[in-house]
Design a protein around this ligand. Structure first.
Ligand code: HEM
Length: 229
């Protein structure tokens, strides 16, 4: 039955090469450190799903933001769980992406032919941190307000364009309703779009180029030169 169904779809969609490339590709003998990219991916999916659910009740205005977050946490069925998963997932994503990057550095996996995977990875790390920065303001409590006041104030010390950057980030001289909607729009539309684009290229290349094998000592007769011999 399953075989028949599979053949029916294959005749109409020709999906076998895609399945073969994704699920049946050869990979070198690797270790647990190579699961850090997939762990980051899992947390990313968690952030997208729980983030979408949070937007159903969250209201991005200074009058309602704090109360809407309190409502999600205290009143809605499993609201505390969804918010908790999103809150802790944000930190986990930063830590896992950082560890994944360290693995890539220590294994030299950023070298030819994986430079584009590396650069899209750098973009993903920047996007991950921008998610954290913009998301922190959204509960609109004292901690969020003052952390963003300090965070945006840092932009002001940029030479020449500092004033301009501060006004772009805050949407004016001070933090206001404009800042909140600006951060919200960036958090739920701009950053996810950039993330999906970069992630698409990143994962395409992981499949297309293949995962690098763990580095081994060079197979050569020449002994390394040491100063004490
Ligand atoms: C949202 C963040 C990210 C996700 C979801 C992600 C996902 C993945 C996955 C699933 C793999 C294949 C498995 C593995 O090697 O662990 C991978 C490989 C790779 N990633 Fe990432 N990654 C992210 C961020 C980064 C960052 C920050 C860098 C470095 C700046 C990076 C550079 C690479 C490179 C060079 C490879 C190829 C590794 C190899 O062939 O051995 N990635 N990524």
């Amino acid at each position: 039955m399953i075989q028949k169904l599979s053949a029916w779809f294959e005749e109409r969609m020709g999906w076998k090469p895609i399945w073969t490339a994704l699920a049946l590709r050869n990979i070198p003998k690797v270790n647990w450190l190579y699961t850090l990219g997939s762990a980051t991916l899992l947390v990313t999916v968690n952030q997208i799903l729980t983030g979408i659910l949070l937007t159903i009740y969250y209201v991005p205005s200074p009058q309602d933001a704090y109360n809407s977050v309190a409502f999600i946490t205290n009143e809605i069925t499993a609201g505390w769980l969804i918010r908790g998963l999103h809150h802790w997932g944000a930190s986990a994503m930063v830590v896992l992406a950082g560890l994944h990057m360290l693995r890539v550095v220590f294994h030299g996996a950023y070298k030819f032919p994986r430079e584009i995977t590396w650069f899209t990875g750098l973009g993903l790390l920047a996007v991950t941190m921008a998610f954290g920065f913009t998301g922190y303001l959204l509960p609109w409590d004292q901690k969020a307000y003052w952390a963003t006041t300090v965070g945006t104030r840092m932009l002001e010390v940029t030479p020449v364009i500092g004033d301009w950057l501060l006004r772009i980030a805050r949407g004016g001289e001070e933090l206001s309703a404009v800042t909140l909607t600006r951060f919200y729009g960036t958090h739920v539309w701009v950053l996810p779009s950039v993330l999906l684009l970069l992630l698409g290229i990143h994962l395409f290349l992981v499949v297309r180029v293949g995962i690098s094998a763990p580095p081994t000592p060079k197979e050569t007769d020449e002994k390394p030169k040491v100063w004490f011999e």
